[in-house]
Design a protein. Structure first.
Lengths: 227, 249
């Protein structure tokens, strides 16, 4: 068999992941429903005062997005691990980092992007002022890929463990701290009429950094989990 | 063999490490006890009370060195993690996981002593201040490494996973630190730095004694833990059996 080019392998993997995702539609919906339910709990917990909700809206939406992402991360490599696909991927002549990256891209498209698309609804529920809306969406567009990238390292480290889900959240939440701070501050600044491009710029820098480094760390973690 | 390779090869061998670390440990303990005695004597009795904070400033001699240690140990874990992953030196794998509980303990000491210091000076035990928050996140990173290690059954695989996680954490740690710093700050800035110190020498010396004493403590504790872990992991191996046979005679 001749060696496939990297881009062919990448797109073949992406196609496979989309097909798998499509066949497991119900499973993909769970984190999104979770996102809606968690966000609903906040007004019920802190009271329906519009001003209070508007103040905490960026934080609540972002925390709900973090929780929903972590929920979907556990299954990122698990089924591939259980049916042996992951071993074949490691044995293949393609770079494992590239394979990991395609898996991460697929994860973002099926788990991260829907969060971005749902965020206007969440912002409406949380009474986020109109000035914050577009910044919230921008921060989620920049931030959710970082969640997938960093989360993939945790997912790869815990894939061979039986009860990896709880551990995964312990591993990745501390790493999400800078992103949460920057994103919520960007949205709050926009609502207050203050400049917010600095925070978004730093988040974009984080995205580039994570995009450069995380696939290698994920590949190392996958190799380690299967050794 | 090249003498440098030979050195690494020898230090990386468990029996060699076990034998020679035993000679080092008493010296490290002695260094810790002497320096801590001097540091505590100077810090608690000789150094003057602060003109604003009064006697409560003496918590500094415990708090600041513990906070330094908490960061230094995490950095060391990341360096040891790289060595463990790249060269597969087993001693490093054992060392990294033996450092984690000590680092977590120093982090807890820094947090608790800081909170006790905060009560008289800031009027509150806890604020979501930048340094407190990043120290707390550091504690969670330590917990993550320890929890990940304990989730694997096979020690070598567990140690490699923990190494990788500590490297990832160490890359993130400065980012966490600066993002939190920018987010909210009440904590005073650093009094000791390369651009000059804003601390009087009568207070600086006990602080430095304590800082070095803690490093000796870390060394002694780390080596003792690593030796014990090595014995447990290798309890079926020949060198441990030989060692036990020697002990009987």
């Amino acid at each position: 068999m001749s060696r496939q080019s990297a881009s062919t392998a990448f797109s073949a993997l992406l196609r496979r992941d989309f097909l798998l995702a499509y066949r497991r539609r119900a499973e993909l919906l769970q984190p999104l429903v979770f996102l809606l339910v968690v966000t609903t709990l906040f007004p019920l917990g802190v009271g329906p005062s519009p001003q209070l909700l508007a103040n905490i809206a960026p934080g609540v939406i972002w925390i709900a997005a973090l929780l929903a992402t972590v929920l979907s991360l556990d299954s990122l490599f698990r089924s591939d691990y259980e049916d042996g696909t992951l071993e074949q991927m490691i044995l293949s002549d393609q770079s494992l980092s590239l394979i990991a990256l395609s898996r991460i891209v697929a994860h973002w498209l099926v788990a991260g992007l829907p969060i971005v698309l749902l965020s206007p609804l969440l912002a409406l529920w949380m009474n986020l002022p109109g000035e914050g809306m577009s910044i919230l969406i921008q921060s989620l567009i920049i931030g959710t890929p970082v969640l997938s990238l960093i989360g993939a390292i945790g997912g790869a480290l815990t894939v061979s463990l039986k009860r990896g889900g709880q551990l995964l959240s312990l591993l990745v939440f501390p790493l999400y701290v800078p992103l949460l701070i920057l994103a919520t501050s960007a949205v709050s600044s926009a609502v207050a009429g203050l400049p917010y491009t600095g925070q978004l710029g730093l988040m974009a820098a984080g995205l580039i950094g994570a995009l450069t480094l995380a696939p290698f760390a994920t590949a190392a973690a996958l190799k380690l989990s299967l050794s | 063999m090249n003498p440098i390779y030979l050195f690494f090869h020898k230090t990386g061998s468990p029996p060699w490490f076990y034998k020679y670390s035993a000679y080092l440990i008493p010296w490290l303990w002695a260094g810790f006890i002497i320096l801590a005695a001097i540091g505590l004597y100077q810090g608690l009795l000789v150094a003057p009370p602060d003109y604003q904070q009064g006697e409560s400033v003496r918590i500094m001699y415990l708090h600041v060195p513990a906070a330094w240690m908490s960061m230094m140990i995490y950095g060391m874990m990341a360096i040891m993690g790289i060595i463990a992953l790249v060269w597969r030196i087993r001693i490093m794998e054992v060392m990294i996981i033996s450092s984690a509980p000590i680092g977590a303990a120093f982090t807890i000491i820094a947090l608790v002593s800081g909170s006790l210091w905060g009560r008289p000076t800031w009027g509150t035990y806890w604020v979501w201040d930048a340094r407190l928050t990043s120290e707390l996140v550091l504690l969670f990173l330590y917990f993550g490494v320890i929890a990940l290690y304990n989730s694997f059954d096979e020690p070598r695989k567990a140690a490699r996973a923990a190494s990788l996680l500590s490297i990832v954490g160490a890359v993130n740690l400065p980012i966490i630190h600066y993002s939190v710093l920018w987010w909210n700050t009440l904590h005073q800035g650093s009094s000791i730095g390369t651009s000059g110190n804003s601390i009087d020498t009568s207070m600086l010396w006990p602080l430095l004694y304590m800082a070095v004493a803690f490093k000796f403590y870390f060394g002694a504790n780390l080596l003792s833990r690593a030796r014990l872990r090595l014995l447990k992991q290798d309890h079926r191996k020949r060198w441990v059996k030989d060692l036990l046979a020697e002990g009987k005679n």
